[in-house]
Design a binder for this molecule. Structure first.
Ligand SMILES: [Zn+2]
Length: 145
């Protein structure tokens, strides 16, 4: 079983601490699952991957862990149309690209300040807490990555 690196562990502990929570083996394992394979898994996928590392964990616990990670700001929820919520541990500013053919979601880094610039289009009465940017389409032929 792959363990969380020291740096990731500190990130986890610090963020949980700020929101008044503790790092538990379950939370560490779920966070590790998200960091190891950054393909925006759904809760079901996170559960399957976590279970292979921690066979006794329940779906309810995985859900709780995901909720805790989201509320402490370590993981973002990604909602695409009517699909189940996906989870993304990438906290750097980025957009998502949703491939309609495969259903996969990719991270697209955006230059610093881009998301803030987008917020500038909002009239002053709308105060945004966050911005999400999702591109939809398909991968160009010959590009499997
Ligand atoms: Zn992402």
């Amino acid at each position: 079983m792959k363990r969380l690196g020291q740096e990731d562990k500190e990130t986890l502990t610090t963020a949980l601490d700020h929101s008044g929570q503790r790092a538990t083996p379950q939370r560490e394992t779920v966070f590790g699952v998200l960091l190891d394979q950054r393909d925006h898994p759904t809760a079901d996928e996170v559960y399957a991957r976590t279970k292979s590392r921690m066979p006794t964990i329940s779906m309810a616990t995985v859900y709780n862990c995901l909720e805790t990670l989201v509320s402490s700001g370590l993981v973002k929820q990604v909602n695409i149309e009517r699909e189940p919520t996906r989870y993304c541990p990438n906290l750097a500013p980025h957009a998502h690209f949703h491939c309609r053919e495969t259903g996969r979601v990719y991270d697209v880094p955006v230059p610093a300040g881009t998301m803030e610039k987008l917020t500038d289009v909002l009239p002053g009465k709308y105060q945004a807490d966050s911005v999400e940017l999702v591109f939809r389409g398909h991968l160009a032929k010959g590009n499997s990555k």
